[in-house]
Design a protein around this ligand. Structure first.
Ligand code: ASP
Ligand code: MG
Length: 412
């Protein structure tokens, strides 16, 4: 029997009615002849509530207990979904991560999946079970403790199962009907894409598009899992949603596939650091040890042996970054005059594999922003993306202007 993986996000299992609705979808695929592996999230809002309880009980919590608590929302939906399917006379069984077992690293709250043995679930399919309902987001560490895969991690569970079981496809059911050229709440002309290449989706996800966890796209790309994003609230059809696939499977596409944004960025500048070999290592080593996710980096020209160093990081890591820099200064590892944090910036990016073969995208992007009077604070580029930091109050304007200028409302 061919295998299909179907993942239902929090809004698609938000209450018993929605679980029943999802179960009907699953029944259709069972009738189509698939052995179905269903991955479920917690009911929407549940994980946030659990995270809140942890923080309230113990601000500097033990991450092992965080995982024990925060993983529990998925257990409830997995059991309820199995019961619902049984009520429809579909042989179904639920599995928590440790029962499969989904073997992960021991990096609690951001564990990575290392192995998913398939024998347990295969044996059950062999005995006539039709649907394995697996709690997403969770696994078990080498020490035998429960782990979680980071927020949004059920997407990654789904793709990892699709890869392990050689599934024909991995359908991600969510509350939007696919991947858009940008956020339709910001640009009303945003267009749903029928297909998007893995590389583009990876950039969009890591640059702020929240529709898929970045790690899940990485895995899909590595194992060539055909990934489809679609809404559980609309009638299904073969052309529904967006297919995330190899670029060779896309006939026509725009040079720019989409515009992404991320609101919660901060720009930090170390003023007047000694410009000497090893200075970047002396700055970014302690930041990385402190768990600061540095994104963009700019080193200014040096004058009389001193320079300014600018980097960006998420706003909620500013305190940690400041502490790491001040500690390093006290220890004499670095020396700077001042550290200036600008917490009012946002990152706007254009992404497209067409940039590999087309020149002028960056120039056009800068022209468009300048015509709107938007000042660019930091720029970074890769082969298929250009990102800029701008004042947060101009973020929506920048997204709209770029969407218009690259005519993303039109299919390529
Ligand atoms: N329930 C978890 C979260 O809210 C995992 C997921 O839904 O993907 O992050
Ligand atoms: Mg999600």
């Amino acid at each position: 029997m061919p295998t299909l993986v179907m993942k239902f996000g929090g809004t698609s299992v938000a209450n018993l009615d929605r679980i029943a609705r999802a179960a009907k979808r699953i029944a259709v695929e069972v009738a189509n002849g698939y052995d179905v592996i269903v991955i479920v999230s917690a009911m929407s809002g549940k994980t946030n509530e659990l995270v809140g309880w942890v923080a309230e009980t113990s601000p500097l919590y033990d991450a092992r207990e965080y995982d024990a608590i925060v993983s529990s929302g998925e257990n409830v939906t997995a059991g309820l979904m199995a019961l619902r399917l049984q009520e429809m006379d579909i042989p179904a069984r639920s599995w928590q991560g440790w029962q499969v077992p989904v073997k992960t690293t021991s990096a609690h709250s951001s564990a990575r999946i290392e192995e998913i043995p398939t024998d347990n679930i295969h044996a059950k399919f062999g005995e006539g079970m039709k649907v394995a309902v697996v709690a997403g987001f969770q696994g078990i560490s080498p020490e035998g403790r429960i782990t979680t895969l980071g927020r949004g991690g059920s997407d990654t569970t789904a793709v990892a199962f699709a890869a392990a079981f050689g599934a024909e496809r991995c359908d991600i059911y969510t509350d939007v009907d696919g991947v858009y050229t940008t956020d339709p709440r910001i640009a009303s002309k945003a267009r749903k894409l029928d297909k998007i290449a893995y590389e583009e989706m990876l950039e969009l996800a890591s640059l702020g598009a929240k529709v898929l966890q970045t790690r899940s796209v990485e895995l899909a790309m590595r194992y060539k899992v055909r990934l489809r994003v679609l809404s559980s609230f609309e009638e299904p059809s073969d052309s529904a949603g967006t297919l995330v696939c190899d670029e060779e499977d896309i006939m026509e596409s725009n040079v720019v596939a989409g515009v992404a944004y991320s609101r919660d960025e901060a720009k930090m500048t170390l003023i007047s650091v000694a410009d000497r070999p090893g200075i970047a290592a002396a700055i970014f080593g302690p930041l990385s040890d402190a768990g600061v996710n540095v994104d963009m980096i700019v080193q200014n020209i040096s004058e009389e042996g001193r320079t300014d160093m600018t980097f960006s990081c998420p706003t909620d890591q500013v305190l940690r970054a400041e502490k790491a820099m001040n500690d390093a200064k006290e220890k004499g590892e670095i020396n700077f005059h001042d550290l200036v944090a600008d917490e009012g910036v946002a990152k706007v990016s254009v992404v497209g594999i067409g940039m590999r073969s087309h020149t002028g995208v960056a120039a056009k992007m800068f022209r468009v922003l300048s015509a709107e009077g938007i000042n660019i604070k930091v720029i970074t580029t890769s082969e298929i993306k250009i990102s800029v930091l701008v004042d947060r109050k101009y973020m929506e304007l920048a997204v709209q202007a770029l969407h218009d200028a690259f005519e993303l409302e039109k299919a390529g």
